[in-house]
Design a protein around this ligand. Structure first.
Ligand SMILES: [Zn+2]
Length: 479
């Protein structure tokens, strides 16, 4: 673990209280991290690692006991739609006016560029260093450019709804049949989009923005497309990420079409396994949960997305059981109805299961933090690079402030303090590959003020002006 080579150290972080998430789940009460070439070269007690590396360090930071943990991994996001958030119906859950405006009107490059910019900024400000966008970019290069500008790690791809015609079946409070008909593409076109993103944004390699096989899923792709997608994922050593089990109608239509539950059908299609990541997974049967565990298929739980629309992830979800059985269950913040804050998702999940089931503990803070880091990295095929602070991994990490009330008292065991109290409100500095992309709360790579101006202007022109400023307002807007 403490592999202090003779080479120079680019950055030495000393005297941090470090939650490592390493194999032993060590918490270094007075720890140090030595970073060179973007990777952690040594991590351990400061009296060992700090002392040994200090003479070789180009830059040293004394963290004065600040909390440090691995960068969070948001395993399911739709970045490009971000400019729509906060502009939503308040007295019902029909999102069609917004969905139609965002998905089916001509999608400009600026919607993808600035929506993704806002989303990526908020993730970083809340301690996320890697995320998966499950295909929401209509202009992939514009979205990728924003991610690269902010500097975090991403798995992404073109918006790809699928090629299947499901007839009358539609998602409950998801994308309806009318939009689905507008959004689906022929098989060859879908394969072309996937091949394009995997080729131009290779999954394996040093780059931060990486193409993967991402599709809407939820029964919207033909079996042939799912199989071809998994072949491409294998060829490019990339993950395949799709939605599954959002509304209960998915199970109904699967039973009507195949006489089987959706995961049983995916087992027949032959794509279950550790390369497949299934997002939502709300309405699993016991047998489907067993299939997930046996095949080591990855799951992403999006509690906030479900709660906001009353979909039942906490009422029906088997996530504590999946975790107990050893499954990978990552966390995701999903669409624009949620804040890009992964520890908020963790908090909602922990509280939700405790409240609904009335047993303690259901999911501990430690388990939730594993989900937000290690499980997220596994769900995105990045477990060799991210998810924990260990020698050899990329130096993606978060440093918290100590000058906020939430940061105190400062117990030697900081996990509950982080997960139930401070969460991300004390995030101060975020490193990706040893580079501070957020430093003391400020973005280092671009002008954030200019970005906010552009984002606000675009949102007004795309939604507020065409639909009307008071479209969803319950209280009078006084100019
Ligand atoms: Zn989604």
């Amino acid at each position: 673990m403490n592999d202090e080579g003779p080479g120079p150290v680019d950055l030495l972080l000393r005297h941090g209280r470090i939650i490592t998430l390493d194999q032993q789940r060590r918490i270094l009460v007075d720890g140090a991290i030595a970073i060179a070439g973007g990777r952690i070269v040594a991590i351990g007690p400061d009296r060992e690692v700090g002392e040994a590396a200090v003479a070789r360090a180009r830059e040293t930071r004394d963290l004065r006991g600040a909390l440090v943990h691995p960068g969070l991994v948001d395993a399911h996001v739709h970045t490009a739609n971000e400019i729509a958030r906060g502009f939503a119906p308040k007295t019902h859950m029909d999102m069609d006016p917004i969905d139609l405006a965002m998905f089916t009107s001509p999608r400009t490059r600026d919607i993808d560029r600035l929506g993704t910019l806002l989303s990526a900024m908020e993730m970083v400000a809340n301690g996320t260093t890697a995320f998966s966008d499950t295909g929401s970019a209509f202009n992939l290069d514009a979205a990728a450019g924003s991610i690269e500008m902010v500097g975090l790690r991403a798995v992404t791809g073109h918006f790809l709804f699928g090629d299947a015609d499901l007839g009358a079946a539609s998602d409950v409070r998801g994308i309806g049949t009318e939009e689905a008909d507008l959004l689906k593409r022929p098989f060859e076109e879908c394969v072309g989009l996937l091949t394009d993103q995997l080729t131009r944004y290779p999954f394996r390699g040093p780059q931060r923005v990486r193409g993967a096989v991402v599709m809407y899923g939820s029964g919207r792709s033909s079996d042939e497309l799912l199989q071809r997608g998994m072949e491409l994922a294998g060829e490019h050593d990339a993950p395949m990420v799709i939605h599954q089990h959002w509304g209960p109608d998915e199970a109904e239509s699967s039973r009507a079409m195949y006489g089987k539950a959706p995961i049983e059908h995916l087992a027949d299609v032959g794509i279950l396994g550790p390369r497949l990541t299934l997002v939502h997974m709300i309405h699993l049967t016991e047998n489907e949960a067993r299939l997930v565990v046996e095949t080591d298929t990855r799951v992403v739980h999006c509690p906030g997305a479900s709660m906001r629309r009353g979909m039942g992830a906490i009422r029906h979800g088997r996530f504590p059981e999946l975790l107990g059985a050893g499954a990978t269950v990552a966390l995701g913040s999903d669409g624009y109805l949620n804040k890009r804050d992964l520890l908020r998702q963790a908090f909602l999940m922990m509280m939700g299961f405790r409240e609904v089931r009335g047993e303690f503990p259901i999911v501990t803070g430690e388990q939730a933090l594993e989900m937000a880091t290690l499980h997220g990295a596994r769900a995105l095929g990045m477990e060799a690079e991210a998810g924990s602070l260990e020698a050899g991994k990329r130096a993606d990490l978060v440093i918290h402030r100590i000058d906020r009330p939430e940061a105190h008292p400062r117990w030697q065991d900081p996990v509950d303090g982080l997960m139930f109290y401070r969460q991300t409100s004390t995030v101060d500095t975020v490193y990706v590959e040893g580079e501070a992309i957020l430093d003391g709360g400020r973005f280092t790579r671009f002008d954030a003020e200019a970005a906010y101006r552009e984002i606000d202007e675009l949102a007004a022109s795309v939604l507020e002006q065409p639909l009307g400023p008071g479209t969803f307002a319950l209280w009078p807007l006084v100019p």
